[in-house]
Design a protein around this ligand. Structure first.
Ligand code: FES
Length: 501
């Protein structure tokens, strides 16, 4: 780890300020109404809705609950997802744009209601999406009109005192920010006392649809009337999700500032985006600054990405010190709207919630409400816009083709690039891909001079992995699978480790 090169503790603030969990693994076969695979905000929100509806539920989490993407968010609970409503209205029509808006506004209220009994540092604050360029003013005005047209509390503002560089912004009132792990540990505690079993350390290896469905794990089989896959990327992919979503990595630094921390949530759209909100730790404020998003495995040095976020933080605020830093990865669908609903028309009773695109603190909660209603058979008034079976709007067909061409190009580039010669010594702290007897090997020599060697061929669809120098992981540039330096899967779609060499 490059601890000496980057300031701040390499850890998520949310994980560092909450206790770890110790739910037991599945110990025997089990029969429930609904099996929920994945214990992040989507999985636990779904479990809460289903237990409220009187269902027996099992949550199956491969590692620890609320420790993946949910623990690495900036935790903005908002219906403002950048400048999206103008685009949603033109691509999907006003009715579906309204469904998206209504669902996300409702999610804020669902979280706020639960926060009345779960202590999670929830605060109601305004959200701003701003631009720095005068040429983008009209875009902001169009967004304000589109958002108001679908019933959102939007207004146009010329200035944001906390962000002097902004020349125009859309402001949404009465949004929220919170501590996501405090919220989710509270949720897990409630559901586990209310007819829901939470199992950690229980990796699901397969799902067979049927009546009942069979959910296989190494520790036993769970039979369930319905199964929900809420695993970031679905663990089974019968409908080509890998080609309809792409992974984005982004970075956060939590900084202590000399000036008062800004009140509100701030976002500058575009690439790279900029995001900021404050949070209090033991009575002292820190500002969480995020940005530098790029496709996983295609962003160059990730250490440089952290440095760029820190520079942005210093440009906007009088930074005293960097306290924490962490990165995250999330999947975005090609049309920008999550997939929530039946995983495929021919897989009855199996549902999916994925593609949150960085806005899972509301869309994960939306998934809970929609899927609980779908499973109850009542249908959801918001289901259409999130329907996983939708065709991408015509205007997104290009981006669908582009994303798949990008993955294809990576594949070809990988296999035609000349590898490093194997005779050169590899210095400590360095990594490379080498060829040996026609095989591609991923080598990393750690700071203790230990050499870690695994196959460099991603176990999903055979692209070559790339080294992530800040996180010390092998990341796949095609569809975003990530592996530790010894080849263990950290993130799908791959489900098999890189073999050791
Ligand atoms: Fe698809 Fe690696 S994630 S080939």
């Amino acid at each position: 780890m490059n601890e000496n090169e980057l300031p701040g503790t390499d850890a998520s603030l949310w994980l560092e300020t909450t206790p770890s969990t110790d739910f037991q693994p599945l110990a025997e076969d089990k029969r429930v109404d609904v099996a929920v695979v994945g214990g992040g905000i989507a999985g636990l929100s779904i479990a809460m809705e289903l237990t409220d509806a009187g269902k027996s539920v099992a949550v199956l989490e491969a590692k620890r609950i609320a420790s993946g993407v949910t623990a690495r968010t900036t935790a903005k609970v908002t219906s403002q997802h950048g400048l999206v409503y103008d685009e949603l209205t033109s691509k999907f029509g006003r009715e579906k744009a309204r469904q998206y808006a209504d669902a996300n506004e409702a999610a804020i209220e669902i979280v706020a209601d639960r926060a009345d009994r779960i202590e999670c540092d929830l605060r109601r604050v305004p959200a701003y999406t701003f631009v720095n360029d005068e040429n983008d003013r009209n875009r902001v005005r169009r967004e304000v009109n589109a958002a108001r047209n679908v019933g959102l509390p939007a207004s146009f503002v010329e200035r944001i005192p906390q962000i002097p560089a902004a020349v125009a912004a859309v402001r949404f009132d009465d949004q929220a920010q919170f501590h996501p792990r405090k919220y989710l540990l509270g949720l897990a505690d409630e559901v586990s006392h209310d007819g829901c079993d939470v199992f950690e350390g229980t990796t699901v290896t397969g799902v067979t649809p049927g009546s009942p469905c069979e959910v296989e794990t190494a520790r036993g089989t769970v039979l369930a009337d319905d199964v929900v896959l809420a695993t970031h990327f679905p663990i089974t992919d019968p409908a080509g999700y890998f080609a309809r979503m792409y992974p984005k990595q982004s970075y956060v630094v939590a900084v202590r500032t000399r000036d008062p921390a800004p009140d509100g949530m701030f976002y500058r759209t575009g690439t790279p985006y900029f995001s900021a909100r404050s949070h209090e730790i033991d009575g002292e404020s820190v500002v969480l600054v995020g940005g530098q998003n790029h496709k996983t495995g295609q962003g160059g040095s990730t250490t440089e990405r952290y440095r760029a976020v820190e520079r942005e933080a210093r440009n906007h605020f009088d930074v005293d010190e960097v306290v924490f830093r962490w990165s995250t990865q999330d999947y975005r669908s090609v049309d920008g709207v999550p997939f929530i609903g039946p995983i495929a028309p021919w897989r009855e009773h199996v549902y999916v919630a994925t593609g949150f695109g960085g806005w899972g603190m509301t869309t994960g909660v939306v998934a809970g409400r929609i899927l609980a209603e779908e499973i109850a058979g009542t249908g959801s008034e918001w289901a259409d816009v999130f329907d996983p079976g939708r065709l991408p709007p015509l205007s997104n067909a290009t981006s669908f083709v582009e994303e798949n061409t990008n993955a294809g190009k990576q594949f070809v580039a990988d296999w035609t690039t000349k590898p490093h010669a194997t005779t050169e010594p590899l210095p400590p702290g360095n990594a490379r891909i080498v060829r040996e007897n026609g095989s591609a090997i991923a080598e990393y020599r750690d700071e203790n001079d230990e050499l870690h060697r695994v196959s460099a061929v991603c176990t999903h669809l055979k692209c070559l992995v790339k080294w992530n120098d800040a996180e010390e992981t092998w990341d796949c540039p095609c569809h975003g699978s990530r592996f530790d330096c010894d080849g263990s899967v950290l993130d799908g779609p791959a489900v098999r480790d890189l073999p050791k060499r």
